[in-house]
Design a binder for this molecule. Structure first.
Ligand code: SAH
Length: 159
């Protein structure tokens, strides 16, 4: 069987199909072990499928609704995963400095509102990507892709 990286990508807070479909493609290419969607019904959406380019067929996926996220993350933490949020906050660590634990869960924020306050106590770390322009934030799939690449660069499992 295919050997995957011990990286779980949590996209439960993301609403837009292009972002979810694009993430499924990035996760499959970089050998993430799982992509967590707000609902598996996304997989039958035409925009999701168009952006995924069939990648989702080769990627384990599951659904966790936003309301169930605290319990889900708590469970993964008990299994020994580090829960890593990606968000611009006063306490975030720069992605350039961050050393990824082998067993990591990457939590992405919602498109408009980011990571809600009630999830911060569950995070072992929050990382941010340094920005140099005027625009307030990166697209969430772009942010996720940069983080997944950085994890992969540090730990890549070759098949
Ligand atoms: N919190 C932003 C809006 C969210 S942007 C605001 O206040 O305007 C959508 C998501 O993309 C964020 O929740 C985060 O997960 C990710 N993101 C965007 N830019 C980022 C950056 N520079 N560093 C880390 N994450 C970023």
């Amino acid at each position: 069987p295919r050997k995957r990286n011990d990286l779980i990508v949590v996209a439960s807070l993301i609403d837009r199909m292009p972002n979810l479909g694009g993430l499924s493609r990035t996760c499959e290419i970089f050998n993430a072990s799982r992509l967590v969607l707000p609902s598996l019904s996304a997989v039958s959406d035409d925009t999701f499928k168009a952006l995924s380019m069939h990648a989702f067929k080769w990627l384990p996926m599951s659904e966790v609704a936003p309301a169930l996220l605290p319990a889900y993350l708590f469970g993964l933490r008990e299994q020994g995963y580090a829960i890593i949020g990606i968000e611009q906050t006063a306490n975030s660590v720069s992605i350039e400095q961050f050393e990824w634990p082998v067993r990591s869960v990457l939590v992405l924020g919602a498109e408009i509102t980011g990571i809600p306050q009630n999830l911060y106590p569950l995070l072992d770390a929050c990382i941010e990507i340094p920005q140099f322009g005027v625009t307030r934030s990166l697209n969430v799939h772009v942010s996720g892709a940069l983080a997944i690449w950085e994890y992969t660069r540090q730990h890549a499992v070759k098949e």
